[in-house]
Design a protein around this ligand. Sequence first.
Ligand SMILES: [Zn+2]
Length: 315
Amino acid sequence: MSERDVGGWFRTAVDGAVVLPNTAAWGPGTGGFGRTSHEADLIAAADMFRGRPTMVLTGAGMSTASGLPDYRGRDAVPRSPMMYQEFVGSDLSRRRYWARSTVGWHSFATARPNAAHHLLAELGRITPLTGVVTQNVDGLHQAAGSHPVIDLHGTLDRVICLECGHLLDRYRLQEQFLELNPRFADHLDQLAADAVQAPDGDAEVDRTHDFSYHGCSVCGGMLKPDVVFFGENAHGEVVAEANRLLDHSDVLLVLGSSLTVMSGLRFARRAAREGKEVIIANDGATRGDDVAPLRIHGRLEPILRTWVRHLGRNH
Ligand SMILES: [Zn+2]
């Protein structure tokens, strides 16, 4: 299954306390999709964080309207993501990963912020948000103008050498991979279309055993996307930075995350433990529902639009 996960090559990031789709005690089967909260609840939520320092934690639900799929959302197909150990332990796994990444890079790299990203940036101008901590690896909050943004799981536009720490631009790597793999370069559009149309079929991209990739130009070491894979921990200094934002916040606002993985859930639990307000807005049940007295259901764009309108009017 995992080697056919063409469309999902970038959904790689979670915490070391790993929860895999097929083994989770809590999983997307919990459902709860399609509910929509009443406007009165949305207003109550806005009045709760109005004027108070608020940390925002976002997940994949934020980027679905930008065309980046959410593997735990309502239309999610359970997938097995690439594990860290699998990536570093197997040449064949790296060939598969880089082949799928090369095919998928263009559509990923050209994704643009959607209305929800822009509305959140706008919200930050009318009420004090201490920062946006995101589990996404797409850089779309920065593109929309939110500040500061902490990329809890890194970003895919950077590649790191596991030996010497040398950092590489993913766009440059794309050029190098296409030069190394003319068969892919010549059929990139077709391969991408196949991947989208037949994620579980025999797309040609799955014949990746002859895909060529190279090591670090400085030391020859192994290159890896600078994101947190399944089976890896979020980097300590990044988590500490996010915790400092939470220190200075009275409210934690979770947007578009099912909080399935511990890297996000721990902020909700910590906030609740310390008596901070926890508000969760998500389409579908979340693993943090028990610590959030105020649960907002529905799509993020209309929710954020209501908040911006309500708070902007009284600004
Ligand atoms: Zn190196």
